[in-house]
Design a binder for this molecule. Structure first.
Ligand SMILES: [Fe+2]
Ligand SMILES: [Fe+2]
Length: 250
């Protein structure tokens, strides 16, 4: 799939987000909807970088990247869920339970729109992106490690993407470095060893290492992303201090 095809898919899906927001939410600020679209674009780019570094097949990566663009469409399910996703504070346990329903809602809403995934693995990826227990116990994924791995990559990309969004509610006011560090701590806390050590290691390479020539492209991509997000001139080494790498020896 060429770049222009991916671009068209992005535009088409962005339009879908806008249309569903109009249809299902009584009042939502345009900038919040655009922020959500931007989040899914960023998540999809991070997803591609990590999956390619792991050496996965290009065809699968492309299909999965398109599905990743749709992973949070369920946030537009209703006013209550959407309001919680942009609440300017940490959520209570009860609120988190409500907000996490958006993963299932994404699938329901997509199917209502006539968008169905050819491979059930793509659905599983979206379904479990906030549900460690579901991911571990799903019998379909037991013998299909590729989809399990892709789900893990989505989870990590989702966290990292959110971390770079320093305007995000409770990260407001943090410098990028702190935002990334805190988000990675949350990732380790919530998902721990459910995410494979290989993915943590790659994340470390992307964010910290920089000495391995194999990751020059990654560093380039990361810089591009950083530049796109806020014209920041940070190098990967500056993002989090090296001693924090012990977080990821999962
Ligand atoms: Fe989500
Ligand atoms: Fe997300």
């Amino acid at each position: 799939m060429g770049n222009s095809t991916i671009c068209k898919v992005k535009i088409y899906f962005a339009a879908l987000y806008r249309r569903l927001a109009k249809k299902r939410l009584s009042s939502a600020r345009t900038e919040d909807i655009e922020g959500l679209i931007e989040h899914t674009n960023k998540t999809s780019r991070f997803f591609g970088i990590i999956a390619r570094t792991l050496g996965m097949e290009e065809d699968i990566i492309n299909r999965a990247q398109n599905a990743v663009l749709l992973h949070d469409i369920g946030k537009l399910a209703n006013n209550e869920i959407f309001a919680l996703t942009i609440a300017p504070r940490k959520l209570t346990e009860k609120e988190l339970m409500i907000v996490r329903q958006h993963a299932q809602k994404s699938l329901t809403m997509l199917s209502e729109e006539g968008i169905n995934f050819i491979d059930p693995g793509l659905e599983k990826m979206i379904l479990y992106h906030h549900d460690p227990e579901g991911l571990v116990n799903d019998p379909y994924l037991k013998n299909r490690l590729i989809w399990r791995k892709l789900t893990e990559i989505l989870i990590v990309s989702d966290y990292i993407s959110a971390a770079y969004d320093t305007s995000r509610a409770y990260h407001n006011g943090y410098r990028l470095k702190k935002s990334v560090l805190i988000t990675l701590q949350e990732l380790a806390q919530q998902w721990g060893t459910t995410i494979g050590g290989d993915i943590y290691a790659i994340l470390g390479e992307i964010l910290i290492d920089g000495r391995n020539p194999a990751f020059l492209t990654i560093r380039g991509s990361l810089k591009t992303i950083l530049d796109t997000i806020g014209n920041r001139e940070l190098t990967p080494q500056q993002i989090i201090p090296a001693q924090n790498i012990t977080l990821f020896s999962a």
